[in-house]
Design a protein around this ligand. Structure first.
Ligand code: SAM
Length: 252
């Protein structure tokens, strides 16, 4: 099979190379919102179907139109776009629902990964479902699944915690997580990771096994496995850069 190298402005190549009949453009439904995951670093990590939807909907809702423009330009997609982010979602939801009810089709994307996963999207999905609009969520990139699988910890049962609260409720959340027996998955920023590892080691014990995946799918991707204390020491010495997923083994 050939043709999986994604070239700039070459949507038709991607959609048609392998089997033209199979990858022809899909029918877009009116009055429908498509939730479309986008790459978390490697632009090739987008499905044929996602590209097809992004090309053919009436409007793309982007978390940051400048960020998404890079992806859309890369694939030669010139669908109109509009911003939909955490600062305007509360007051734009109803207008968007109206437009969908009038027959528009829309795609919702975030800067990276799956919308509504630690990103805006939940409010719009809920509002659409409440009035009976169709919501079609496409499968695709998200950071926590590769980090979980790479950790080597049990994947049959896990809890996705997203970002820990920065202040209020943080202590309580950490003490609850200390008793959690399922694998724990957390999102964290590089400037907070040492503090989070220190606090996790305090409540869960320094020897609790953990894994950190950094810059997944990007040039300097790495996964480090060790105890919470070892990872804390490592990142105290080697200042972490880039985006991070912390996975912690559940309590035995
Ligand atoms: N919606 C996204 C998803 O589906 O994964 C998550 C968006 S959230 C605002 C951003 C966080 O996701 C980052 O702080 C980091 O914890 C994680 N993340 C996103 N991209 C990543 C990557 N390439 N490598 C590691 N973690 C990543």
């Amino acid at each position: 099979m050939t043709g999986f190298i994604c070239k700039r402005n070459d949507l038709s190549l991607i959609l048609n190379t392998c089997n033209p009949a199979k990858y022809k453009r899909l029918q877009i439904e009116p009055s429908t919102i498509y939730v479309v995951p986008t790459p978390i670093g490697n632009l090739a990590d987008i499905t044929h179907r996602s590209l097809s939807v992004l090309s053919d909907v009436d409007l793309i809702l982007c978390e940051d139109t400048r960020v998404s423009r890079k992806l859309l330009n890369h694939y030669g997609i010139d669908t109109p776009s509009k911003s939909y982010h955490m600062y305007n979602e509360h007051h734009t939801v109803h207008g968007l629902v109206d437009k969908l009810q009038q027959g528009m089709s829309m795609a919702l994307i975030s800067d990276a990964g799956t919308p509504a996963i630690s990103d805006p999207g939940f409010l719009l999905v809920r509002a659409c479902l409440q009035v009976g609009l169709r919501v079609i969520t496409l499968p695709g990139p998200t950071a926590f699944i590769p980090a979980l699988v790479q950790s080597g910890f049990p994947t049959d049962r896990f809890v996705f915690e997203g970002f820990l609260p920065h202040k209020k409720g943080r202590k309580l959340r950490l003490s609850e997580l200390a008793e959690e027996t399922k694998t724990i998955v957390l999102y964290e920023s590089p400037h907070r990771i040492v503090k989070t590892l220190t606090q996790c080691a305090e409540v869960m014990g320094p020897d609790r096994p953990a894994s950190i995946s950094r810059e997944l799918t990007k040039a300097f991707e790495e996964t480090l496995r060790g105890t919470l204390k070892e990872l804390e020491t490592h990142f105290t010495v080697h200042k972490p850069k880039g985006e991070i997923v912390l996975v912690i083994q559940g309590k035995y």
